[in-house]
Ligand binder design. Structure first.
Ligand code: NAD
Length: 278
């Protein structure tokens, strides 16, 4: 199978979102955490192209504002707020800023960080860092949004998990732990807030070609970037990584009214990773 080359750091995704006639989000306000880069950026662009008003919450407010500005320049509605999802008080303040003017219909909990290592080379600090962003960050955002969604008649929550959640990726101890918790939180919230008309699902992508992957390959495998990139591409039977916009299209469906019957589900988007290996 032909491997992908290691891209340069100025990653540009090839596929652009196409406005669809179904799965429209007109009039809906969508909060996207981690919307300044990668999958979150693709979700912000895709949802905006389908009528949503985007509120990006990202620790990297400069890139968040750039993404929002590009959406606005393209005729959409978007803004960005600086926010560390690991900080509960900061998250509450960021959402209060949004709630002052509008209701949030859809929350996409996408912000996340990577960590490479087995249990023995995962320090307590690494463990806490991964947990505080990937697990507590999602709890914090749902904690801020659920009372508001209940009061305003319901909503949709979509969490970004990973194939690591249920397959326990090699050399990704803390990361796999954190994504397992994302799936469990998704099921729990879906069950507890069914009566409040809140749907809650998660997506589990295999490798997606984003700065996240480039960053951890560069940091953890210096000098072996091309080899690792090829290995990561080939771990999907389909022979490549996903494009972030492919994940965004699934997210759009799950957050649209067409998916009204779907809640409490972990959706793999994995290039055959789970079922077609071996
Ligand atoms: P990315 O690094 O390109 O983007 C992550 C974004 O989250 C960045 O804009 C970053 O600034 C933001 N962020 C990080 N920490 C934050 C914090 N504490 N508070 C607020 N924002 C913060 O990553 P990506 O590849 O687009 O990944 C997005 C999500 O998808 C993550 O949850 C990741 O675990 C998950 N995921 C990625 C892949 C992959 O192969 N890329 C596969 C499966 C799941």
């Amino acid at each position: 199978m032909k491997a992908q080359r290691v891209p340069d750091s100025n990653l540009k995704v090839a596929v652009k979102p196409t406005p669809a006639t179904t799965f429209r989000l007109d009039g809906k306000v969508v909060a996207v955490t981690g919307g300044a880069s990668g999958i979150g950026q693709a979700i912000a662009e895709c949802f905006a192209a389908n009528g949503a008003q985007i509120r990006i919450l990202d620790i990297d407010v400069r890139h968040g504002e750039t993404v929002a500005r590009e959406i606005v320049e393209g005729g959409g509605n978007a803004s960005a707020i600086g926010c560390d999802v690991a900080d509960q008080a900061g998250v509450a303040r960021a959402f209060q800023e949004v709630f002052r003017n509008e209701r949030v219909d859809i929350l996409v909990n996408n912000a996340g960080i990577a960590h490479v290592g087995k249990l023995e080379n995962t320090s307590e600090e690494d463990f806490d860092n991964v947990f505080s962003v990937n697990v507590k960050g999602i709890y914090n955002c749902m904690h801020a949004c659920i009372p508001h969604m209940k009061e305003s008649g319901g909503g949709v929550i979509l969490n970004m998990a990973s194939i690591a959640a249920t397959s326990g990726l090699a050399d990704r101890f803390a990361y796999s732990m954190s994504k397992g918790a994302v799936v469990a939180m998704t099921y729990s919230v879906a069950k507890d807030y069914l009566a409040a008309n809140i749907r809650c699902n998660c997506i589990s992508p295999a490798r997606v070609h984003t700065p996240f992957v480039e960053g951890f390959v560069r940091k953890n495998y210096p000098g072996r970037e091309a080899e690792m990139f090829e290995k990561l591409s080939e771990s999907q039977p389909i022979g490549r990584m996903a494009d972030p916009h492919e994940v965004a299209t699934l997210a759009l469906f799950l957050c649209s009214d067409e998916a009204a019957f779907i809640t409490g589900v972990d959706y793999p988007i994995d290039g055959g990773y789970f079922k077609l290996r071996g």
